[in-house]
Design a protein around this ligand. Structure first.
Ligand code: C5P
Length: 298
Protein backbone atom coordinates (compact mmCIF):
# COMPACT_ATOMS: atom_id res chain seq x y z
CA UNK A 1 0.00 0.00 0.00
CA UNK A 2 1.26 3.49 -0.90
CA UNK A 3 0.12 7.04 -0.19
CA UNK A 4 0.86 9.92 -2.58
CA UNK A 5 0.66 13.58 -1.59
CA UNK A 6 0.85 16.53 -3.97
CA UNK A 7 2.42 19.72 -2.60
CA UNK A 8 2.64 23.16 -4.25
CA UNK A 9 5.53 25.61 -4.55
CA UNK A 10 5.30 29.11 -3.09
CA UNK A 11 6.18 32.63 -4.05
CA UNK A 12 6.60 35.37 -1.44
CA UNK A 13 4.64 38.46 -2.41
CA UNK A 14 6.08 40.27 0.59
CA UNK A 15 9.17 39.26 2.51
CA UNK A 16 9.97 41.83 5.20
CA UNK A 17 13.09 40.84 7.16
CA UNK A 18 14.02 42.12 10.62
CA UNK A 19 17.44 42.19 12.27
CA UNK A 20 19.21 38.92 13.10
CA UNK A 21 17.95 37.43 16.40
CA UNK A 22 20.21 35.93 19.07
CA UNK A 23 19.39 32.44 17.68
CA UNK A 24 20.62 33.52 14.22
CA UNK A 25 17.14 33.50 12.65
CA UNK A 26 15.38 36.67 11.49
CA UNK A 27 11.89 37.77 12.41
CA UNK A 28 9.81 38.02 9.27
CA UNK A 29 6.57 39.34 7.89
CA UNK A 30 6.32 36.78 5.13
CA UNK A 31 3.29 36.78 2.83
CA UNK A 32 3.23 33.40 1.08
CA UNK A 33 1.15 32.52 -1.97
CA UNK A 34 0.97 28.87 -3.09
CA UNK A 35 1.28 28.41 -6.87
CA UNK A 36 0.46 25.50 -9.14
CA UNK A 37 3.89 23.93 -9.55
CA UNK A 38 3.99 20.66 -7.64
CA UNK A 39 6.15 17.95 -6.17
CA UNK A 40 4.55 14.55 -5.58
CA UNK A 41 5.71 12.52 -2.61
CA UNK A 42 4.84 8.81 -2.38
CA UNK A 43 5.53 6.69 0.70
CA UNK A 44 5.48 2.89 0.66
CA UNK A 45 6.31 0.54 3.55
CA UNK A 46 9.90 -0.65 3.19
CA UNK A 47 11.09 -3.51 5.40
CA UNK A 48 14.68 -2.55 4.53
CA UNK A 49 14.34 0.79 6.40
CA UNK A 50 13.98 4.44 5.41
CA UNK A 51 15.20 5.41 1.97
CA UNK A 52 14.59 8.36 -0.34
CA UNK A 53 14.60 8.40 -4.14
CA UNK A 54 13.86 11.25 -6.52
CA UNK A 55 13.06 11.70 -10.20
CA UNK A 56 12.78 14.84 -12.35
CA UNK A 57 15.09 17.17 -14.27
CA UNK A 58 16.80 18.46 -11.08
CA UNK A 59 16.86 15.09 -9.28
CA UNK A 60 20.67 14.88 -9.27
CA UNK A 61 20.83 17.93 -6.97
CA UNK A 62 18.44 16.49 -4.36
CA UNK A 63 20.16 14.97 -1.29
CA UNK A 64 18.90 11.45 -0.65
CA UNK A 65 20.34 11.12 2.86
CA UNK A 66 18.98 12.12 6.26
CA UNK A 67 19.44 15.83 5.45
CA UNK A 68 16.48 15.63 3.05
CA UNK A 69 13.51 17.26 4.81
CA UNK A 70 11.29 14.37 3.68
CA UNK A 71 13.51 11.90 5.57
CA UNK A 72 13.55 14.15 8.63
CA UNK A 73 9.76 14.46 8.50
CA UNK A 74 9.35 10.67 8.47
CA UNK A 75 11.79 10.23 11.36
CA UNK A 76 10.18 12.98 13.45
CA UNK A 77 6.64 11.63 12.97
CA UNK A 78 7.79 8.05 13.65
CA UNK A 79 9.58 9.09 16.88
CA UNK A 80 6.47 10.95 18.12
CA UNK A 81 4.08 8.08 17.46
CA UNK A 82 6.33 5.16 18.44
CA UNK A 83 6.75 3.81 14.91
CA UNK A 84 9.81 2.62 13.03
CA UNK A 85 10.43 4.94 10.07
CA UNK A 86 10.57 2.06 7.59
CA UNK A 87 9.27 3.65 4.41
CA UNK A 88 10.48 4.28 0.90
CA UNK A 89 9.90 7.97 0.06
CA UNK A 90 9.79 8.68 -3.67
CA UNK A 91 9.75 12.30 -4.80
CA UNK A 92 8.66 13.34 -8.29
CA UNK A 93 10.25 16.76 -8.35
CA UNK A 94 8.92 19.61 -10.45
CA UNK A 95 9.69 22.50 -8.04
CA UNK A 96 13.16 23.95 -8.70
CA UNK A 97 15.87 22.83 -6.26
CA UNK A 98 17.48 25.56 -4.08
CA UNK A 99 15.28 28.02 -5.98
CA UNK A 100 13.49 30.04 -3.30
CA UNK A 101 10.17 28.30 -3.98
CA UNK A 102 10.12 26.01 -0.90
CA UNK A 103 10.78 22.80 -2.86
CA UNK A 104 12.56 21.14 0.08
CA UNK A 105 9.85 22.30 2.48
CA UNK A 106 7.18 20.91 0.12
CA UNK A 107 8.81 17.47 0.28
CA UNK A 108 8.95 17.67 4.10
CA UNK A 109 5.26 18.56 4.37
CA UNK A 110 4.38 15.96 1.73
CA UNK A 111 6.25 13.10 3.43
CA UNK A 112 4.74 14.07 6.78
CA UNK A 113 1.16 14.07 5.51
CA UNK A 114 1.72 10.87 3.51
CA UNK A 115 3.17 8.93 6.48
CA UNK A 116 0.46 10.29 8.73
CA UNK A 117 -2.14 8.82 6.36
CA UNK A 118 -0.18 5.57 5.88
CA UNK A 119 0.22 4.97 9.61
CA UNK A 120 -3.15 6.41 10.73
CA UNK A 121 -1.49 8.23 13.63
CA UNK A 122 -4.59 10.28 14.46
CA UNK A 123 -2.41 13.40 14.78
CA UNK A 124 -4.39 16.64 14.81
CA UNK A 125 -3.77 19.40 12.29
CA UNK A 126 -2.14 21.42 15.09
CA UNK A 127 0.26 18.56 15.89
CA UNK A 128 1.22 18.22 12.24
CA UNK A 129 1.80 21.98 12.00
CA UNK A 130 4.00 21.81 15.09
CA UNK A 131 6.17 19.13 13.48
CA UNK A 132 6.30 21.21 10.29
CA UNK A 133 7.57 24.22 12.26
CA UNK A 134 10.30 22.03 13.81
CA UNK A 135 11.41 20.91 10.35
CA UNK A 136 11.80 24.41 8.88
CA UNK A 137 10.40 27.92 8.72
CA UNK A 138 8.53 27.41 5.40
CA UNK A 139 7.24 23.88 6.01
CA UNK A 140 3.96 24.86 7.78
CA UNK A 141 2.97 26.94 4.77
CA UNK A 142 3.61 24.01 2.40
CA UNK A 143 1.04 22.04 4.40
CA UNK A 144 -1.53 24.84 4.51
CA UNK A 145 -1.18 26.47 1.05
CA UNK A 146 -3.47 29.23 -0.18
CA UNK A 147 -2.29 32.65 0.99
CA UNK A 148 -0.94 33.25 4.48
CA UNK A 149 1.12 35.65 6.54
CA UNK A 150 4.04 33.99 8.33
CA UNK A 151 5.48 35.76 11.38
CA UNK A 152 8.15 34.74 13.87
CA UNK A 153 10.74 33.05 11.65
CA UNK A 154 7.89 32.54 9.16
CA UNK A 155 6.36 29.47 10.81
CA UNK A 156 3.48 31.17 12.68
CA UNK A 157 0.73 31.38 10.08
CA UNK A 158 -2.35 33.55 9.72
CA UNK A 159 -4.54 32.51 6.81
CA UNK A 160 -5.33 35.38 4.41
CA UNK A 161 -8.04 35.92 1.84
CA UNK A 162 -7.39 36.18 -1.88
CA UNK A 163 -10.14 37.59 -4.06
CA UNK A 164 -8.97 35.98 -7.28
CA UNK A 165 -6.31 34.07 -9.16
CA UNK A 166 -2.92 35.64 -9.96
CA UNK A 167 -0.97 34.63 -13.06
CA UNK A 168 2.79 34.20 -12.70
CA UNK A 169 5.82 33.37 -14.79
CA UNK A 170 8.85 31.85 -13.06
CA UNK A 171 12.36 32.00 -14.50
CA UNK A 172 14.66 29.28 -13.19
CA UNK A 173 18.32 30.22 -12.87
CA UNK A 174 21.35 28.24 -13.97
CA UNK A 175 22.44 27.52 -10.40
CA UNK A 176 20.92 27.53 -6.91
CA UNK A 177 21.40 29.89 -3.95
CA UNK A 178 21.74 28.71 -0.36
CA UNK A 179 19.13 30.29 1.94
CA UNK A 180 21.57 30.69 4.90
CA UNK A 181 24.09 32.35 2.55
CA UNK A 182 21.47 34.86 1.36
CA UNK A 183 20.49 35.70 4.97
CA UNK A 184 24.20 36.14 5.82
CA UNK A 185 24.56 38.52 2.88
CA UNK A 186 21.45 40.38 4.12
CA UNK A 187 23.20 40.78 7.52
CA UNK A 188 26.40 41.97 5.84
CA UNK A 189 24.53 44.57 3.75
CA UNK A 190 22.55 45.66 6.83
CA UNK A 191 25.63 46.26 8.99
CA UNK A 192 25.51 49.65 10.69
CA UNK A 193 21.92 50.31 9.54
CA UNK A 194 18.78 50.39 11.70
CA UNK A 195 16.52 47.51 10.63
CA UNK A 196 12.82 48.23 11.30
CA UNK A 197 10.43 45.60 12.71
CA UNK A 198 8.99 43.62 9.81
CA UNK A 199 5.28 44.31 9.22
CA UNK A 200 2.84 43.20 6.53
CA UNK A 201 1.80 45.96 4.13
CA UNK A 202 -1.87 46.93 4.47
CA UNK A 203 -2.02 47.91 0.79
CA UNK A 204 -0.62 44.53 -0.23
CA UNK A 205 -3.15 42.62 1.90
CA UNK A 206 -5.96 44.72 0.37
CA UNK A 207 -4.68 44.02 -3.16
CA UNK A 208 -4.66 40.27 -2.40
CA UNK A 209 -8.16 40.38 -0.89
CA UNK A 210 -9.45 42.23 -3.94
CA UNK A 211 -7.68 39.94 -6.41
CA UNK A 212 -6.25 43.08 -8.04
CA UNK A 213 -3.07 42.11 -9.92
CA UNK A 214 -2.04 45.70 -10.73
CA UNK A 215 -2.38 46.81 -7.12
CA UNK A 216 -0.51 43.71 -5.98
CA UNK A 217 2.30 44.42 -8.48
CA UNK A 218 2.60 47.94 -7.05
CA UNK A 219 3.04 46.63 -3.50
CA UNK A 220 5.13 43.40 -3.71
CA UNK A 221 8.50 43.57 -1.98
CA UNK A 222 11.35 41.32 -0.96
CA UNK A 223 13.97 42.50 1.53
CA UNK A 224 16.20 39.56 0.53
CA UNK A 225 16.34 40.72 -3.09
CA UNK A 226 19.39 43.03 -2.71
CA UNK A 227 21.27 40.18 -0.99
CA UNK A 228 20.29 37.67 -3.70
CA UNK A 229 21.32 40.16 -6.43
CA UNK A 230 24.60 40.83 -4.65
CA UNK A 231 25.41 37.07 -4.71
CA UNK A 232 23.93 36.54 -8.19
CA UNK A 233 24.16 39.84 -10.16
CA UNK A 234 22.97 38.27 -13.45
CA UNK A 235 19.46 38.03 -11.95
CA UNK A 236 19.10 41.75 -12.71
CA UNK A 237 19.14 40.88 -16.44
CA UNK A 238 16.37 38.30 -15.95
CA UNK A 239 14.27 40.83 -14.01
CA UNK A 240 14.76 43.45 -16.74
CA UNK A 241 13.88 40.95 -19.50
CA UNK A 242 10.63 39.89 -17.80
CA UNK A 243 9.54 43.45 -17.17
CA UNK A 244 10.37 44.47 -20.75
CA UNK A 245 8.29 41.52 -21.99
CA UNK A 246 5.14 42.92 -20.38
CA UNK A 247 5.05 41.63 -16.80
CA UNK A 248 3.42 43.99 -14.29
CA UNK A 249 6.43 43.48 -12.05
CA UNK A 250 9.24 41.04 -11.35
CA UNK A 251 10.94 40.08 -8.12
CA UNK A 252 13.22 37.46 -6.66
CA UNK A 253 11.20 34.63 -5.09
CA UNK A 254 12.16 34.24 -1.42
CA UNK A 255 15.92 33.81 -1.11
CA UNK A 256 16.12 33.18 -4.88
CA UNK A 257 17.47 32.68 -7.39
CA UNK A 258 14.14 31.96 -9.11
CA UNK A 259 12.60 35.19 -10.36
CA UNK A 260 8.81 35.63 -10.33
CA UNK A 261 6.82 37.82 -12.73
CA UNK A 262 3.26 38.84 -12.03
CA UNK A 263 1.13 39.35 -15.15
CA UNK A 264 -2.29 40.81 -15.90
CA UNK A 265 -3.82 37.54 -17.18
CA UNK A 266 -3.06 34.01 -18.38
CA UNK A 267 -2.50 35.13 -21.99
CA UNK A 268 0.08 37.74 -20.98
CA UNK A 269 1.81 35.13 -18.80
CA UNK A 270 2.28 32.90 -21.88
CA UNK A 271 3.72 35.82 -23.88
CA UNK A 272 6.10 36.85 -21.08
CA UNK A 273 7.18 33.21 -20.68
CA UNK A 274 8.02 32.97 -24.38
CA UNK A 275 10.00 36.20 -24.36
CA UNK A 276 11.89 35.21 -21.21
CA UNK A 277 12.67 31.80 -22.66
CA UNK A 278 14.15 33.47 -25.76
CA UNK A 279 16.05 36.10 -23.75
CA UNK A 280 18.96 33.84 -22.81
CA UNK A 281 18.84 35.19 -19.24
CA UNK A 282 17.58 32.02 -17.52
CA UNK A 283 17.74 28.22 -17.65
CA UNK A 284 14.03 27.52 -18.07
CA UNK A 285 10.65 29.18 -17.68
CA UNK A 286 7.34 28.03 -16.19
CA UNK A 287 3.87 29.51 -16.02
CA UNK A 288 1.78 28.91 -12.88
CA UNK A 289 -1.14 30.56 -11.14
CA UNK A 290 -2.25 30.77 -7.55
CA UNK A 291 -3.37 30.64 -4.85
CA UNK A 292 -3.82 26.86 -4.85
CA UNK A 293 -4.50 24.51 -1.93
CA UNK A 294 -1.64 23.11 0.17
CA UNK A 295 -0.46 19.52 0.60
CA UNK A 296 -3.17 17.07 -0.42
CA UNK A 297 -3.45 13.27 -0.36
CA UNK A 298 -4.21 12.08 -3.90
O1 C5P B 1 14.03 27.37 8.82
P1 C5P B 1 14.93 26.92 7.74
O2 C5P B 1 15.70 25.66 8.12
O3 C5P B 1 14.27 26.76 6.42
O4 C5P B 1 15.99 28.05 7.54
C1 C5P B 1 17.14 27.87 6.78
C2 C5P B 1 18.14 28.95 7.12
O5 C5P B 1 17.66 30.23 6.67
C3 C5P B 1 18.39 29.15 8.61
O6 C5P B 1 19.41 28.30 9.06
C4 C5P B 1 18.81 30.61 8.68
O7 C5P B 1 20.15 30.76 8.28
C5 C5P B 1 17.96 31.24 7.59
N1 C5P B 1 16.70 31.84 8.10
C6 C5P B 1 16.75 32.99 8.87
N2 C5P B 1 15.58 33.54 9.33
C7 C5P B 1 14.40 32.97 9.06
C8 C5P B 1 14.33 31.80 8.28
C9 C5P B 1 15.50 31.25 7.82
O8 C5P B 1 17.83 33.53 9.11
N3 C5P B 1 13.28 33.53 9.52
Amino acid sequence: MSVTVRVPAKVNVQLAVGAARPDGFHDLANVFLAVGLYDEVTVTPSPGGLRVTCEGPDAAQVPLDRTNLAARAVETLAARYGRTPDVHVHIVKDIPVAGGMAGGSADGAGALLACDALWGTGATREELLEICAELGSDVPFSLVGGVALGTGRGERLTVLEAGGTFHWVFAMAGRGLSTPAVFREFDRLAEGRDIPEPVASRDLLDALAEGDAEALAATVSNDLQPAALSLFPELADTLAAGRAAGALTGLVSGSGPTTAFLTRDAGTAEKVAQALGASGTCRSVRVASGPVVGAMVL
